[in-house]
Design a protein around this ligand. Structure first.
Ligand SMILES: Cc1cc2nc3c(=O)[nH]c(=O)nc-3n(C[C@H](O)[C@H](O)[C@H](O)COP(=O)(O)O)c2cc1C
Length: 314
């Protein structure tokens, strides 16, 4: 049957960045989707553009004591403390199952407290099959330099990116911290250091206090704010970063609908990640993919990639 002019044509949903081909631009964000396998029963993983696993370090880590999560207006505070099973256990216990799931792009998120930590973790992961790229979480304090967060000091950011790039046998995505004065400057520093792509934003440093007990809501006192509350700031930062560099930018921060995805793409994002939305609805990532396909067909978008950076300024 031929399709009449009123019938909707499906949109080509594919996007590519840093040498990766994704079937659609929706990626599950690190720390909100376990190691992927835990979501297998609720989300059809092969429908997603990709997934980023929980941040990995060279040794397992237990994280911070509770309370570690607190819901705020249209957002969430977390100070999980980068709890994870360690890079070797990820390879042995999680990756074999992920490899069996056909057609799923797995990105390993890596963090550390020294430059050497990042290097060693990447060396461990380099040996394993089934990882498409690394995402470098630079929102960690550098213990060798008085606890200054890597991603907030240009020279430290450049140093860790250069080190990671040299160590890596895979494309390197650098995940920027939003807790900086100029995101454009940090984007350029990461690009100059050898990043193949950028992702942003990580969470905003924030806090909340229980006025009855006068105690902090989170045991760590300060925590990271995520969810719809941060979305307009994240869109602005993605716009500024994408404008400042030539490498692709992956956008995130409060995405919970297809329209949110489109907004980030118009601002310049080549793909997006969905984080906190999976806490409210574990099926959020898959639902957003379905909704985005419908939205794109209804709006007669031929190729979703045509949306990237296509905001109309006046
Ligand atoms: C509970 C929780 C844990 C997170 N863990 C990590 C992590 O391990 N590594 C990382 O790079 N980002 C981590 N993030 C940040 C998210 O990946 C994402 O950048 C941020 O939450 C903004 O997106 P969202 O508003 O869609 O959640 C975490 C976020 C949350 C809420």
């Amino acid at each position: 049957m031929s399709s009449g002019p009123s019938e909707r044509q499906p949109t080509d949903m594919r996007v590519s960045f840093a040498g990766l081909e994704l079937k659609n631009p929706v990626i599950a964000a690190s720390g909100t989707f376990g190691y992927g396998v835990e979501f297998e029963d609720v989300v059809e993983l092969s429908k997603l553009g990709g997934l980023v696993v929980k941040g990995l370090s060279k040794e397992p880590m237990t994280g911070n004591p509770p309370p570690r999560l607190y819901e705020t207006p249209a957002g969430m505070l977390n100070a999980i403390g980068l709890q994870n099973i360690g890079a070797r256990a990820f390879i042995d216990e999680k990756l074999p199952r992920l490899r069996q799931i056909k057609d799923v792009v797995v990105i390993a998120n890596v963090f550390g407290y020294t430059r050497e930590d990042y290097e060693r973790t990447i060396h461990i992961l380099n040996e394993a099959e089934g990882i498409a790229a690394y995402e470098l979480n630079v929102s960690c304090p550098n213990t060798a330099h008085g606890g200054i967060v890597f991603g907030t000091a240009p020279l430290m950011l450049e140093d860790v990116v250069v080190t990671a790039k040299r160590a890596s046998r895979r494309p390197l995505i650098v995940k920027l911290s939003p807790n900086v004065t100029s995101i454009a400057q940090m984007a350029q520093v990461a690009e100059a250091g050898g990043a193949d792509a950028l992702s942003l934003v990580n969470t905003f440093v924030a806090m909340a206090i229980d006025v009855e007990s006068r105690k902090p809501r989170i045991s760590n006192v300060t925590a990271g704010l995520s969810g719809p509350a941060i979305r307009p700031i994240a869109v602005r930062m993605v716009y500024e970063a994408a404008d400042a560099v030539r490498i692709p930018v992956i956008g995130m921060g409060g995405i919970s609908t297809a329209a949110d995805v489109v907004e980030f793409m118009l601002a310049g994002a080549a793909a997006v990640q969905v984080g906190t939305a999976s806490y409210w609805d574990p099926c959020a990532t898959e639902k957003i993919v379905d909704e985005l396909e419908r939205w794109s067909a209804e709006h007669r978008v031929t190729r979703i990639a045509d949306l990237i950076g296509s905001m109309v300024s006046e």
